[in-house]
Design a protein around this ligand. Structure first.
Ligand code: PLP
Length: 232
């Protein structure tokens, strides 16, 4: 199947899962995850209707940016502070904020660029060493800290990646836990000019339907759209 057909099929499944969970199709955003795939492939997805693409590495965004049709870019992978400057005016959202140190750098670069950056705080659901992200227990302190200090950051919610598993049902408890944190974050009373908590980014190729059933508002799907990744 072509990338366009894959995209359409996944978009239909996302919409059906949204309706199944009592929401509207447009309440769940499909982010097409494009890491390791070239501009031509990304443009096929954009032509098929993709409006948001997610990249893990700053370098890949910079390499492809010029050649990809107009689309909204999200950074979804670990971000080093020294790379913030080069993506600050290219991405609409940084989904992988996991420290005050990184938030301060985003604040500085966003202020310099005269913009306000949307962010998600990344939760490392099972505290796996190979993944970035913070523990759920650290979420509220970090969110408060960012809201206190960073006038050029707009906190939108959380992103989580549960441990990889063959069986999507194994991810369900992690998704449920993240949904609980998300609701608590909504009730935290962060200042309205610093945060609007409307985005719960969870669910990938193998488990996005389960994630939507548990309340995801944004799924990040790569291999089911573009096929296997070819790491260089
Ligand atoms: C690669 C990646 C995805 C997409 O994974 P697939 O299993 O290919 O759908 C989603 N989120 C993040 C953070 C990723 O790095």
């Amino acid at each position: 199947m072509s990338i366009a057909e894959n995209y359409q099929r996944i978009a239909d499944r996302v919409a059906a899962a949204a309706v199944r969970s009592g929401r509207r199709p447009e309440d769940v955003t499909l982010v097409a995850v494009t890491k390791t795939h070239g501009a031509a492939e990304i443009n096929e997805a954009v032509a098929a209707g993709a409006t948001v693409v997610g990249e893990n590495r700053v370098q890949e965004i910079l390499e492809k940016y010029q050649d990809v049709a107009p689309v909204t870019w999200h950074l979804i992978g670990h971000l080093q502070t020294n790379k913030v400057k080069s993506v600050i005016d290219k991405v609409a959202m940084i989904q992988s904020v996991d420290s005050m140190h990184l938030a301060r750098e985003i604040e500085k670069r966003a202020a310099n660029a005269g913009l306000v950056m949307d962010i998600l705080i990344e939760i490392n659901s099972a505290m796996e060493e190979t993944k970035s992200g913070i523990a759920g227990s650290e979420l509220f302190e970090l969110a408060r800290g960012i809201a206190d200090e960073c006038g050029h950051i707009w906190i939108r919610g959380i992103m989580c990646i549960p441990p990889l598993s063959e069986d999507p049902e194994e991810a369900r408890p992690y998704f449920r836990e993240a949904a609980g944190l998300f609701r608590q974050l909504q009730e935290l009373g962060l200042p309205a000019d610093r945060a609007v908590i409307d985005t719960l980014s969870m669910g990938m190729s193998g488990d996005f339907e389960v994630a939507i059933e548990e309340g995801s508002t944004m799924v990040r799907v790569g291999s089911s759209i573009f096929g296997p990744r070819n790491y260089r």
